[in-house]
Design a protein around this ligand. Structure first.
Ligand SMILES: NC(=O)C1=CN([C@@H]2O[C@H](COP(=O)(O)OP(=O)(O)OC[C@H]3O[C@@H](n4cnc5c(N)ncnc54)[C@H](OP(=O)(O)O)[C@@H]3O)[C@@H](O)[C@H]2O)C=CC1
Ligand SMILES: O=C1O[C@H](COP(=O)(O)O)[C@@H](O)[C@H](O)[C@H]1O
Length: 537
């Protein structure tokens, strides 16, 4: 990228009518200030600063125009902040490249300002520091760009936004901008989310607000649109005539890991399902957008969310892992689910009658996030003597990104017997040497470029909360209790029973025995033998 030139899609800032916006390409020349509010916290050190460092190393944050500010209440110096985050920036995602020179240059770009989240003087000091940087870079007033990243608990979003609006906006509009990035959880239910949206909406236009959901930055989540709408193969199959059920699964093999206090207030539905899994659900189930413009994509997401029927109590299983309450920050009688499985039904022409099973859990037997699209049985099956496995299309978001299609094929040999095998696209094998960017890295770059495609729009958020609020209120009121499960297990047994009832069929387990590494083919057959009937989940 040419230093000093940013080719971006510039949006107009009319309130509430983002779909009507025309975009125009223009280059941005003003200097860029990235302000991490809550710089002393967990997210900032683990995700935000490392993502910024990776962008810096790749040349996306040129040192002659970018400056980074940390802001929080903790009284520390610039060097204290640099030392706090240094250890999180050192590794280069598995590569042996020495980045120590980049690291010291990057750390020099960071300044720290201490102040409260409703402290006028603090924000005036912050503005002064930003302005000094802008002046030192000869940035024309009004052309500078200010990106505020709120790595903070949502309780302080309104006051922080008010302070930014009052004291820290860029001064006029000569191609510059002010944008804010807010983290989930954005509210706790429909009312609180709407209230928060209104409070922030009074201060910033929708086009300035980037509601981040880091699952939208994952490589295979971003691939979903391409997969569905750029492949003729899938178009005629992606519907109720062919698909029996869809499972969207998130599993973690560790518990709340020192975040028990936060987690207990929210629970697994608010922490994972209402946002991450629902965003994946949208991309799997939505109709084709009329173009790739962010507003067109988000319009389709809203439509499918609005077509979801109310969740039935009997199609929800909640769990809590044994030992969860031993965390001193968790109340002794906490009812908070650390596991949930639920079935969503979509009332539209494409999906009527197809269960979408959303499942998420902490302290389970593995760490995995995947989408499983299970096809219907073959009608008029002529291979009756052996029960055939169903076709299944699996997209593994993590770890080890992959997608594979389970097919029934002839078992190689003289007999006419069948076996389940896989068309396998494992990214590590197919894209050797390619580094897959971290979700936060991609999304922060999008905020700088002004691309809101992978961010959650206000009406999308509202539709998402509408789906889950009734069930969340029942849990909060103690009307639904979680079943206990053992850490390291599959979760409560009732969850498997619910899945079986919803139509999920265990498929034949395939042992891939080929060591052939595809080099020129996108898809290849891999030899496999059926060893036993085992669950793959
Ligand atoms: N940590 C993670 O892995 C993830 C976090 N998130 C979200 O990101 C945001 C930040 O998360 P995280 O960094 O973990 O949060 P922290 O609890 O670490 O808080 C960040 C900073 O905010 C300040 N702070 C904490 N509590 C309060 C409070 N009650 N009132 C005012 N200020 C407070 C503290 O800074 P100081 O006291 O110095 O002002 C703290 O260092 C949250 O919205 C979270 O839900 C989302 C995904 C993952
Ligand atoms: O947002 C969150 O996500 C993480 C899981 O993210 P991943 O990218 O590692 O899958 C989860 O651990 C955390 O509880 C939640 O707040």
């Amino acid at each position: 990228m040419e230093s000093g030139k940013w080719l971006v899609e510039k949006r107009s800032s009319f309130k509430g009518d983002s779909s009507a916006k025309e975009s125009e390409n223009m280059s941005e020349t003003g200097c860029l200030s990235i302000i991490v509010l809550g710089a002393s916290g967990d997210l900032a050190k683990k995700k935000t600063f490392p993502a910024l460092f990776n962008l810096y190393c790749q040349g996306f944050l040129p040192p002659d125009e970018v400056h980074i500010f940390g802001y929080a209440r903790t009284k520390i110096s610039d060097d204290d902040l640099r030392n706090r985050i240094r250890g999180y920036l050192a590794s280069d995602r598995g590569s042996s490249m020495d980045r120590s020179e980049d690291l010291s240059k990057f750390l020099k770009l960071i300044k720290y300002v201490s102040g409260g989240y409703d402290d006028e003087e603090g924000f005036q000091r912050l503005d002064k520091s930003i302005s000094e940087h802008e002046i030192s870079k000869n940035s024309m007033e009004g052309s500078s760009r200010r990106l505020f990243y709120l790595a903070l608990p949502p309780s302080v979003y309104p006051s922080v936004c008010k302070m930014i609006r009052q004291y820290c906006m860029n001064k006029s509009d000569l191609g510059g901008w002010t944008r804010i990035v807010v983290e989930k959880p954005f509210g706790k239910d429909l009312d609180s989310a709407e209230q928060l949206s209104s409070q922030i909406g009074e201060l910033f236009d929708e086009s300035q607000i980037y509601r981040i959901d880091h699952y939208l930055g994952k490589e295979l989540v971003q691939n979903l649109l391409v997969l569905r709408f750029a492949n003729r193969l899938f178009m005629p199959l992606w519907n109720r005539d062919n698909i029996d059920n869809v499972q969207i699964v998130f599993r973690e093999d560790f518990g709340t890991d020192g975040r028990g206090g936060y987690f207990d207030e929210y629970g697994i539905i608010r922490d994972i399902i209402q946002n991450h899994l629902l965003q994946v659900f949208c991309l799997v189930a939505m109709e084709k957008p009329i173009s790739l413009k962010p507003e067109h994509i988000r319009d389709e997401k809203v439509k499918v969310l609005q077509s979801v029927l109310p969740i039935k109590d009997e199609e929800v299983v909640l769990g809590q892992y044994e030992g969860y309450r031993e965390d001193p920050t968790v109340p002794d009688h906490s009812n908070t689910p650390t596991f949930a499985t639920m079935v969503l039904h979509i009332h539209n022409e494409r999906w009527e009658g197809v269960p979408f099973i959303l499942k998420a859990g902490k302290a389970l037997n593995s760490r995995k996030a995947e989408i499983r699209v299970q096809f219907k049985d073959v009608p008029g099956d002529i291979f009756k003597c052996k029960r055939q496995g169903r076709n299944e299309f699996v997209i593994r978001l993590q770890p080890l990104e992959a997608m594979y299609m389970k097919l029934t094929v002839k078992q190689p040999g003289l007999e006419m017997s069948t076996v389940q095998s896989e068309l396998d696209l494992s990214y590590k094998q197919r894209y050797q040497g390619v580094t897959i960017p971290e979700a936060y890295e991609r999304l922060i770059l999008d905020t700088i470029r002004g691309d809101q495609q992978h961010f959650v729009r206000r009406d999308e958020l509202k539709a998402a909360w509408e789906i889950f609020t009734p069930i969340l209120h029942k849990i909060d009121n103690g009307e639904m209790e979680p079943s206990m499960y053992k850490p390291g297990s599959r979760g409560p047994e009732e969850a498997d029973q619910l899945l079986a009832k919803a139509g999920k069929r265990e498929s034949n387990y395939c042992l891939v025995i080929s060591t052939f590494v595809p080099s020129s083919l996108d898809f290849c057959f891999m030899g496999s033998v059926k060893i036993t009937l085992l669950s793959q989940n």
